[in-house]
Write a protein that binds this ligand. Structure first.
Ligand SMILES: [Zn+2]
Ligand SMILES: [Zn+2]
Length: 248
């Protein structure tokens, strides 16, 4: 009872039940539990990790889902730009309906690759921004899922700004912002060494211009397609480049 009296002298004595005091009095842990604050500390500090783990269990799947949507959007953009770049580099001409100017620009880029580094941001990206706008609008108006919407926004942004990433892959390291160099070195943006392989014989690889991650997949397909075309005696533009007789 002496120990109980000592405990009841604390300002927080009202918060401690008599039953608790009786249990603690005389027990081996009495000394460390005399301070009522210490009585509550285990439950308070114990609740933090349990709340944290509960938060993780609740939020982690959502965070993971949104992270997957971002990665999928970026890689979709990379693959999409690769397919489009392959098509306009190898087929058609300035006279092709709708995409003639794009074909002319992409095929002309192989004759003077450095000129892209002189294009300002708006001049470089406006065609792809216009092309992705209807898709963005469609997703924003009709897509109820935030995860799908996030994927669509990232994918459209990747495609819209792909020519700027392409430009950075042609720009000297010393002339790029350190953040761009850092992103390229980490493989988050297409690296200049990876893209420069696109401008070297046999001119049939490394078409992707966002991250470059999809190049191995697309390169296998483009090589196979080239082989089929050659078998059909249909010459592709990349073949002319390989033979040093670029035609447009
Ligand atoms: Zn090209
Ligand atoms: Zn290029």
């Amino acid at each position: 009872m002496v120990k109980s009296t000592v405990l009841l002298d604390f300002s927080l004595k009202k918060n401690i039940s008599e039953a608790t005091l009786l249990v603690f009095a005389g027990s081996p842990t009495t000394s460390c539990l005399r301070d009522p604050l210490q009585v509550h500390r285990p439950s308070v500090f114990g609740s933090i990790p349990s709340s944290g783990s509960l938060l993780c269990v609740t939020v982690a799947p959502q965070v993971l889902l949104y992270a997957c949507a971002v990665v999928a959007g970026v890689e979709f953009a990379d693959f999409g730009t690769g397919v489009y770049h392959f098509s306009v580099d190898n087929y058609g001409s300035a006279q092709t309906p709708i995409v003639g100017s794009q074909i002319e620009a992409f095929q002309g880029h192989h004759e003077e690759p450095w000129t892209i580094t002189y294009r300002d941001f708006c001049n470089n990206c406006f065609p792809t921004c216009i092309a992705t706008m209807p898709f963005l609008l469609g997703f924003e108006l009709f897509c109820p899922s935030p995860v799908v919407l996030l994927w669509a926004i990232v994918a459209c942004a990747g495609i819209a700004f792909c020519q700027e990433f392409h430009k950075w892959s042609h720009t000297l390291r010393s002339q790029c912002h350190p953040v761009i160099n850092w992103l390229q070195d980490r493989g988050i943006l297409v690296h200049r060494s990876a893209h420069l392989r696109h401008h070297k014989p046999p001119f049939e690889t490394n078409y992707c211009i966002v991250t470059g991650h999809m190049n191995p997949i697309l390169d296998r397909r483009s090589r196979r397609k080239n082989a089929v075309r050659r078998g059909w005696k249909v010459d592709m533009k990349c073949r002319f480049r390989d033979e040093g007789e670029i035609e447009r």
